[in-house]
Design a protein around this ligand. Structure first.
Ligand code: IPM
Ligand code: MG
Length: 345
């Protein structure tokens, strides 16, 4: 089997962690005998510098024609005042590819419980997935504009958009612990009222899954006070953005969390949930795990399960031997960490 993968290294630490991921991917493709056709394209701030646009047409086309897309990270202060922002490219890419379902799994392995800033007894056993709606809500709603006197964003959802993401949540819960937490702000927001009604209606299709509702403020608290109660959390775009960064604290670092984004039919996109960390770019300090785990999510979707498991195990072993990057309180460099993963493989 061969896979056509479009790589978008992007900005900041993006190129470094992408290079680390490529080495790991290359190693497992040899060991488990599958072919890769890698196609690297310019995206984000790097693309603005080259062509004035964060998502050049050729990049979008390469993504549309791929079996999967690997994205590292985009953005940075360099483009804060530029006409185009790198983030716009990411939002366009998500929208153009119809990537409405963003899956952000989070697990704290027993061996890594001590890396969390929270109490071990709270964190131990945490294992849940945030299913974030990715192509609607405040990020895309119109009207959206600002001028000197006022600014407007619009939080709007169509019923079908809520239905399909809620179904994703239920389907995922069926493969796990059969619990779905739907997060909204139905005591205040109209879009959340529709969200909750829709969740209750779709629940009839999934009698084997227990549906619970949380207001987003309460969910934010529960994620760090009682994280083990969660199995699958499904929520709208901005709530999911915020809650998934918050949840990453459980693991000790944003630098370890991968994500996968799915459309109804086209290629999926795999990316770390963190940003481009410009402050440490080029310093060989970044944690490549979010990228490495994103690759392992991709390989699972390709049914290259053995290769995916080999990657996860190799990474866990390196950590168990006490080698972690600076974000997790260690002193192992990005390149040294990657080499250790490669030798475990
Ligand atoms: C994320 C990021 C993006 C988002 C930014 C970079 C636009 O924070 O993927 O979570 O807000 O979706
Ligand atoms: Mg975010």
């Amino acid at each position: 089997m061969g896979y056509k993968i479009t790589c978008l290294p992007g900005d900041g630490i993006g190129p470094e962690i992408m290079a680390a991921g490529m080495k790991v991917l290359g190693a497992v493709s040899e060991k488990y005998n599958f072919d890769l056709q890698m196609d690297t394209r310019s995206f984000g701030g790097a693309a603005i510098d080259e062509s004035g646009k964060p998502l050049p047409d050729e990049t979008l086309q390469a993504c549309q024609n791929a079996d999967a897309i690997l994205l590292a990270a985009i953005g940075g202060p360099k483009w804060d005042n530029s006409l185009e922002r790198p983030e716009v490219g990411l939002l366009q890419l998500r929208k153009q590819l119809g990537l409405y379902a963003n899956i952000r799994p989070l697990r704290v392995p027993d061996a890594a419980v001590h890396l969390s800033p929270l109490k071990e007894e709270i964190v131990r056993g945490s294992d849940f997935v945030v299913v974030r709606e990715l192509t609607g809500g405040l990020y895309f709603g119109e009207p959206k504009y600002y001028d000197a006197d006022q600014a407007t964003d619009t939080l709007s959802y169509q019923t079908y958009e809520i239905e399909r993401i809620i179904r994703k949540g239920f389907q995922l819960a069926q493969t796990r612990k059969h619990k779905l937490a739907s997060v909204d702000k139905a005591n205040v927001l109209a879009s959340s009222k529709l969200w909750r009604e829709t969740a209750i209606r779709i629940a009839r299709e999934f009698p084997d899954v227990k549906l619970e509702h949380f207001y987003v403020d309460a969910a934010a608290m529960q994620i760090i006070t009682k994280p083990t109660q969660f199995d699958v959390i499904v929520t709208e775009n901005l709530f999911g953005d915020i809650l998934s960064d918050e949840a990453s604290v459980l693991t000790g670092s944003l630098g370890v969390l991968p994500s996968a984004s799915y459309s109804e039919t086209g290629p999926a996109l795999y990316e770390p949930i963190h940003g481009s960390a410009p402050d440490i770019a080029g310093k060989d300090e970044a944690n490549p795990l979010s990228m490495i785990y994103s690759i392992s999510l991709m390989l699972r979707d390709f049914d290259e399960t053995e290769a995916a498991e080999a990657i996860d195990q190799a990474a866990n072993k390196v950590m168990q031997h006490g080698f972690v990057t600076k974000d997790l309180g260690g002193s192992t460099s990005l390149s040294a960490f990657t080499e250790k993963v490669l030798s475990e493989l």
